[in-house]
Ligand binder design. Structure first.
Ligand code: UGA
Length: 428
């Protein structure tokens, strides 16, 4: 099939690469010339495991091409997937400007019966807005469907090849057949629903996971006051098959390019349909309040951050990505600086991006440098390079003794035996 993917972010490049791998003829389009030039040469402008190999494979086999030309990418397309960003506008609603602009630009070049699929995360009702924009620009018949994406950054290629489910939000039988055929090589169950259900399910899935994290963070707060250990609590809760023990570990709150934005958007969407008194506003507020609240706690534990050197481990929003959107580091570091701390920070992949986002912070080139001579170490991201280290490694290099583990990755006993003061989440 001829497939065109509009937008070359995480979802766009991975989607284009995967469909090209299965011998479709794929165009990936973006309006940013620089990105297209780089991708055309096989260089992915962000770090995502296995993606560069996938792109290079598609380019070498000539099943994948990158372009900035709507005419070139659209005129022969059987299926168009729009995966542009839908960031939160200032009021928290989903900003559809990139989606609307893509719809307007693609419309004049549509051939008859093309399937236009929205992959971006958008509120139910968006298809009608997009339909009207396209209909203004063309007389061709087209089908508008929803194909939500559930991949995670850091494992995006594997998630796309082996998803839990492929969700097809479409009403017309011939369109459903065609999309089922296109997705045939991918794993996972197929779920065919209406476009509105598909879009609602995407928001609901992300908000549910965000809620799960917020819930366990709240339980951790209680554990910190009553001597319970959140890891043990999770063990007990997780044994109930209705609950499960996965995707359930506490920390500094959820970050990244999706959950914070999607919870805010769902809260605003609920408000717009007169259902705004629900859970989602509170969820967002609790997540926003989490880092300042924890840092106050840490400050009390170590007496004061004033004049102390703090080695920050991990700057990305989670391991295996260099993405720093809504990363804990961006909130933690300025608060620590305000409290008088001197920061040294290191990330295995995000150092370059961090230098631009945190220009007044000393970003160092190795884990060794980040912990050498510091009073406090604060682990923000559970990169394997950090969590594989033993307590003795840190003890030998640090000047002080406070080790703050915001991801519960180490054994308290081991750290305390090594002579460090181990502060974690929800543990006595
Ligand atoms: C998330 C969803 O997991 C994907 O299914 C979805 O497709 C994607 O958003 C999206 O909408 O595009 P992602 O943002 O890449 O994927 O990252 P996750 O691995 O889900 O982590 C999100 C945040 O939750 C991170 O800050 C992570 O540290 C935090 N988290 C995750 C926890 O604090 N505890 C956990 O148990 C799991």
């Amino acid at each position: 099939m001829n497939v065109t993917v509009i937008g070359t972010g995480f979802v766009g490049v991975v989607t284009a690469g995967i469909f090209a791998k299965f011998d479709n003829k794929v165009y990936a389009l973006d309006v940013i010339d620089e990105k297209i030039k780089s991708l055309s040469q096989g260089r992915v402008p962000f770090f995502e495991p296995k993606l560069e190999e996938l792109v290079k494979e598609g380019l070498a086999r000539k099943t994948l091409q990158f372009t900035t030309s709507y005419e070139q990418a659209i005129k022969d397309a059987d299926v168009i997937m729009i995966s542009v960003g839908t960031p939160s506008a200032a009021d928290g609603t989903a900003d559809l400007k990139y989606l609307k602009s893509a719809a307007k630009s693609l419309a004049p070049f549509l051939k008859p019966q093309t399937i236009v699929a929205i992959k971006s995360t958008v509120p139910p009702g968006t298809n009608q807005i997009i339909r009207e924009i396209i209909e203004k620009e063309t007389k061709q018949t087209f089908y508008l469907v929803s194909l939500p994406e559930f991949l995670k950054e850091g494992s995006a290629v594997d998630d796309t090849l082996h998803p839990d489910r492929v969700v097809i939000g479409a009403n017309e039988p011939q369109v459903i057949d065609k999309l089922l055929k296109l997705h045939e090589p991918l794993g996972g169950m197929r779920i065919v629903v209406s476009p509105e259900s598909a879009q609602m399910a995407k928001y609901a899935s992300n908000a549910y996971l965000a809620q799960r994290i917020t819930f366990i963070n709240q339980i951790s707060n209680l554990c910190e006051k009553n001597g319970a250990n959140v890891n043990e609590v999770i063990k007990v809760m997780g044994a109930d098959q209705r609950i499960g023990s996965h995707y359930w570990y506490p920390g500094l709150g959820y970050g990244g390019s999706c959950f914070p934005k999607d919870v805010k958007e769902l809260a605003m969407y609920s408000l717009s349909i007169d259902e705004g008194d629900g859970l989602f506003v509170k969820l967002d507020q609790m997540n926003e309040a989490r880092i300042p609240k924890l840092l106050k706690k840490y400050e009390d534990r170590i007496d004061s951050f004033e004049g102390k050197t703090v080695g920050i481990l991990g700057l990305s929003f989670k391991p295996n990505t260099d993405d720093m959107r809504e990363a804990p580091s961006l909130k933690v570091i300025p608060i620590l600086q305000q409290k008088g701390a001197i920061i040294k920070a290191y990330d295995p992949k995000a150092n370059t991006i961090a230098k631009a986002l945190l220009p007044d912070v000393s970003i160092v080139d190795s884990l060794d440098e980040a912990v050498r001579g510091v009073d406090v170490v604060m682990l923000l991201v559970e990169w394997p390079e950090f969590v594989n280290k033993k307590a003795a490694f840190f003890k030998e290099k640090m000047k002080g003794s406070f080790f703050i583990d915001t991801r519960n990755q180490y054994s308290k006993q081991e750290f305390e035996t090594a002579g460090l003061t181990y502060i974690s989440i929800g543990q006595p």
